[in-house]
Design a protein. Structure first.
Length: 104
C-alpha cells in the first residue's frame, strides 16, 4: 500500500518503511512522530482519490533525525565595472523521518 501526501507545498509518494527528508517544523521535545493528514491518494488493490483530500486518512512517521543540515549552496552576485561583489552561503535545515503507518 502506498499514499501520496502533501507537505510544505510539495507532493510525495510514500509507502511503509520509506525514509524522507521533510522541511523542519516546530515540535515538542517529547514528540517522537509526525502525522501527515493531507493525504491526496491511497493506492493499493482499490485506489482512493481524494477531492482534494481523502477523508479519515493519515500517514504516521517516526522521527529519525530531528535537525539535519542540507548541502551548502553559494549565492554570488556581481556587477561588472561597479566594484560590487557579494558572496553568501545557505544551508537548509531538514528533518529525517521513516514512514511507519498508513491509515485509511
Amino acid at each position: 500500500m502506498y499514499a501520496v501526501i502533501e507537505d510544505s507545498g510539495g507532493q510525495m509518494k510514500v509507502s511503509e518503511g520509506d525514509i524522507l527528508e521533510i522541511d523542519l517544523r516546530e515540535l515538542g521535545e517529547k514528540d517522537k512522530s509526525v502525522t501527515f493528514d493531507r493525504v491526496l491518494m491511497l493506492g493499493g488493490d482499490t485506489p482512493t482519490i481524494g477531492a482534494p483530500y481523502v477523508d479519515g486518512a493519515s500517514v504516521t512517521a517516526d522521527i529519525i533525525n530531528p535537525d539535519k543540515k542540507g548541502e551548502k549552496i553559494d549565492i554570488i552576485k556581481y556587477k561588472r565595472r561597479k566594484g560590487y561583489k557579494l558572496k553568501q552561503g545557505h544551508r537548509q535545515r531538514h528533518m529525517v523521518v521513516r514512514i511507519s503507518k498508513i491509515k485509511g
